[in-house]
Design a protein around this ligand. Sequence first.
Ligand SMILES: [Zn+2]
Length: 212
Amino acid sequence: MYQHPLLNRDKMSPQEALDILVEGNHRFTNNLSANKDMLSLVHMTKDRQHPFASVLSCSDSRAPVEILFDQALGDIFSVRLAGNIASDKCIGSLEFSAKYLGSKLMVVLGHTDCGAVKAACDNFREGHIGEIINLIRPAVRMETTTSEKRDSSNFSFVDKVCALNVQVQINEIIHSSDIIQDMLAAKQIGMVGGVYNLATGTVSFLPDTVML
Ligand SMILES: [Zn+2]
C-alpha cells in the first residue's frame, strides 16, 4: 500500500524502508502501480520533505528510480550520475539526505547493460566521460574470474563488473564519509546495493552489500 510522505517516517527502520522499495518494485513489475494523487502530494510536500530512502543510481533514461520502485513525490532522494558513481558531490548529497532530511536507507543501484560500465570494460578515456570511467575502473580490476574477452562484448563480464561497481561505490561512500559511517554504526540508517534489470523491470538486491 502506498504511504503518504511526511507521515510516520521518523520511526521507520531501515529494514522497513527497504521493504517498501521491494514491495514497490513488485507492484511495478506486475503493472499494479498504487494510486497516487500527485497534485495533492505537491501541496502536502510544498513546505518540507522527508524522503524515506536515498538512491544513488545511473542517469540511464530507462532506469528512473521513482517509477521502478513505484514511489511518488517526496519519497526518494534521488542522486543520479552515469555509472552510479560515488563522486564527492554525490556523497555530499547523500550525507545531506540522511543527516538533515531523515532518509533511513541508502541504496546504490546499478543496472544491466549500463553504458558507463561497458565503457569502463572497454577502457574508454575520452573527454569528461573518462573522469566518470576512472571511478568505475576499480570494479574492472576486481573482476578476476574472466581471463578472455574482458570487454563489453562479453555480457557475463559486464554483468560481473556491474555488480562489483555497486560494491565499489558503496565502499567509496563509507570510506569517504564520516557522517554516513557514524549513522550506519548507530543504526540510524541502512545501506544496500542492488542491480536493476532493464529487460525485466526487476531490482535484485545484493546480499553481500546489506547493512541494516
Ligand atoms: Zn548506466
